[in-house]
Design a protein around this ligand. Structure first.
Ligand SMILES: *[C@@H]1O[C@H](CO)[C@@H](O)[C@H](O)[C@H]1NC(C)=O
Ligand SMILES: *[C@@H]1O[C@H](CO)[C@@H](O)[C@H](O)[C@H]1NC(C)=O
Ligand SMILES: *[C@@H]1O[C@H](CO)[C@@H](O)[C@H](O)[C@H]1NC(C)=O
Ligand SMILES: [Cu+2]
Length: 333
């Protein structure tokens, strides 16, 4: 239970108190045999825990691509490419939340299996930093993701990822570039508690999902800017995974208010209109929608990520304690 107001936060910031990142307790327990007795209490990451996550990410960045999909040079890039290939059918569609739940889990699984990571998947509760992303402890140069981009290229200058060369982006371009940021505190205001609470009060998936995608989702992408604001190549900024883990936490919170109904509540269209005009590279073929009878997203919809993680149906990821096997502390914030 955390009572947290922006005034308290501002006071803490002013006092120079570093707020730790909240952490999700997450276990990869085959079959999820024992989720109830998992210790699931919320705690904040210690500096060594933050460093362990950042180091595991650097490890993924140092390993060669396994998928070898176009543009992908490293294991880290594999996730960026898989996201790019799915962009058109993963945003402003019914699978937006399930797709990104599966996607964050895939990345976390690689951190564990390939880089020996043993901690939890952190999430960034952006409400705490709404309107003030530029001051967030998540962007700490030592125990965070580094700060803003600088100059016309907008390259980040500090933090563990300052020298990483992304090979994909912006958009579908295959192109070496730095990790770029262009922090916008004004855009980050849509992570505010009032916005989040309005979404959490929605009574069906069909109203909850667009509320999250438009408001809080937009806050993280627009508030960090540059690479993160690109719907195709945004996972090239590793802070993407903390942003989407927060949205996942919000979805889990919403589901927990009425679990029987909401673990089965999905819907929406499988394809958007023509909002996405960035299919600039014809070599990225149009992704297939598999598992649904038509243009409506159902529980049998296949979540397919080019082999970075097993295929799942949406039904299998509706409850985090299912195939993906993790739990959150769903405290009020
Ligand atoms: C990035 O490269 C610069 C220049 O070589 C170096 O000073 C800095 O320590 C490097 N940063 C990281 C995080 O590796
Ligand atoms: C699917 O539904 C969406 C939303 O109604 C619509 O914009 C899109 O054109 C439809 N696509 C197909 C292939 O029917
Ligand atoms: C996963 O789904 C894709 C797309 O339908 C399919 O091509 C692939 O064979 C599936 N993989 C497995 C292991 O079933
Ligand atoms: Cu996405």
């Amino acid at each position: 239970m955390v009572a947290f107001s922006s005034q308290v936060f501002a006071a803490l910031l002013a006092a120079g108190v570093a707020l730790a990142m909240p952490v999700e307790e997450k276990r990869q327990d085959a079959g999820c045999t024992n989720p109830i007795t998992d210790k699931e209490s919320r705690h904040t990451l210690t500096n060594p825990e933050k460093k362990a996550y950042l180091d595991a990410e650097l490890c993924l960045m140092s390993k060669p691509s396994v998928l070898g999909l176009r543009g992908s040079k490293t294991r880290f890039d594999d996730f960026q490419v898989a996201h790019a290939l799915k962009t058109e059918i993963a945003h402003f569609v019914g699978q937006f939340l399930p797709f990104h739940r599966h996607f964050v889990a895939a990345h976390e699984q690689a951190l564990r299996k390939e880089c020996g990571y043993t901690g939890a998947q952190p999430y960034w509760e952006e409400t705490r930093d709404a309107g003030a992303f530029s001051k967030s402890v998540v962007l700490d140069p030592i125990y965070g993701f580094g700060g803003n981009g600088v100059g016309t290229k907008q390259c980040i200058q500090d933090g563990p990822f300052a020298n990483y060369t992304n090979s994909l982006g912006p958009g579908y371009l295959v192109n070496d570039h730095c990790i770029e940021r262009d922090i916008n505190d004004r855009f980050s205001t849509s992570a505010a508690k009032a916005t989040v609470d309005r979404c959490l009060a929605m009574d069906s998936f069909l109203t909850f999902w667009p509320c999250i995608e438009g408001g809080p989702h937009g806050a993280g992408h627009g508030g960090i800017g540059a690479q993160m604001v690109n719907p195709v190549s945004s996972p090239g900024d590793p802070v993407f995974f903390l942003h989407h883990a927060w949205l996942d936490w919000l979805w889990a919170k919403w589901q927990a208010k009425d679990p029987i109904a909401r673990f089965a509540d999905v819907g929406g269209n499988n394809r958007g209109g023509d909002w996405l005009k960035c299919k600039a590279n014809p070599s990225f073929s149009e992704p297939l929608v598999v598992g649904d009878p038509g243009n409506t997203t159902t529980l049998s919809h296949l979540l397919y990520l080019y082999g970075v993680i097993e295929n799942r149906t949406i039904a299998e990821v509706m409850d985090t304690k299912g195939a993906l096997c993790y739990v959150y502390d769903l405290y009020d914030s």
